[in-house]
Design a protein around this ligand. Structure first.
Ligand SMILES: *[C@@H]1O[C@H](CO)[C@@H](O)[C@H](O)[C@H]1NC(C)=O
Ligand SMILES: *[C@@H]1O[C@H](CO)[C@@H](O)[C@H](O)[C@H]1NC(C)=O
Length: 215
């Protein structure tokens, strides 16, 4: 009996760790009710009789993002925060604008694989596999090209074309999350102590201070 329970527990763990996207649907729709005090994984559902077209709609992805920032890029996200009907659907999208020499700096999406297509311009993109290989995979993309960034892996896009670039990407989560490496490591609040980062990156504390000052 105990052996059976252990086996079932291990099977359950194996299954849950093999799920590569948001949990699957148990009903047609579960439009997010952001006013509900109920705490669930995602959002509680609105009454299915109260749903309307607006719950599944977003307007404005034709608008150019403001790339006047240090990185020279802008991400316009369309996920469950913008479209409540995406709750439990396991999918979302972004528009990304890049000024010439602009970049979307190294980051990961903890909950989503990303598939990106270039609508305008040229991008040099890449991702790095996890330990121990840490293999860098890169590709020069032009208008119409499509590239995949696997779930959880650190990736970037750089506009090395002569003009602006625009990309559209789909992500396999209603709420992919973004961990920007520089922001988390050197820009956390409060800061990670100098001596910890100095030892982690094998540099002196002054170098750490210099890096922290950029974030
Ligand atoms: C773009 O962002 C910059 C920096 O935040 C700001 O100064 C500028 O007014 C913005 N431009 C537009 C068109 O919103
Ligand atoms: C961008 O850089 C990559 C890698 O160096 C190169 O293969 C590609 O041709 C460049 N694209 C443009 C438009 O210069």
């Amino acid at each position: 009996m105990a052996i059976h329970l252990l086996f079932l527990a291990l099977l359950a763990m194996a299954c849950s760790s093999a799920i590569a996207s948001d949990p699957s649907l148990l009903q047609d729709v579960c439009v997010a009710d952001k006013t509900s005090p109920v705490q669930v994984n995602g959002f509680a559902c609105k009454d299915a009789m109260d749903i309307a077209a607006e719950d599944f709609h977003f307007s404005g992805l034709d608008k150019v993002g403001n790339t006047s920032n240090k990185q020279g890029s802008a991400v316009t996200a369309v996920n469950v925060a913008q479209i409540p009907g995406l709750n439990t659907m396991g999918i979302s999208m972004v528009r990304i604008d890049y000024a010439p020499n602009g970049m979307n700096p190294p980051h990961t999406h903890p909950r989503a694989t990303e598939i990106l297509t270039v609508l305008e311009g040229s991008l040099f993109v890449g991702f790095v596999t996890s330990n121990p290989n840490n293999k860098l995979i890169t590709k020069a993309l032009n208008k119409g090209d499509v590239f995949v960034f696997p779930k959880g892996l650190v990736h970037f896009q750089f506009n090395n074309g002569t003009g602006n670039a625009v990309a559209l990407a789909g992500l396999s989560s209603q709420n992919p999350g973004v961990i920007t490496i520089g922001n988390t490591v050197f820009g956390s609040k409060p800061s990670i102590a100098d001596h910890i980062l100095a030892k982690a990156f094998q540099v002196n504390k002054e170098t750490v201070d210099l890096m922290q000052a950029q974030f």
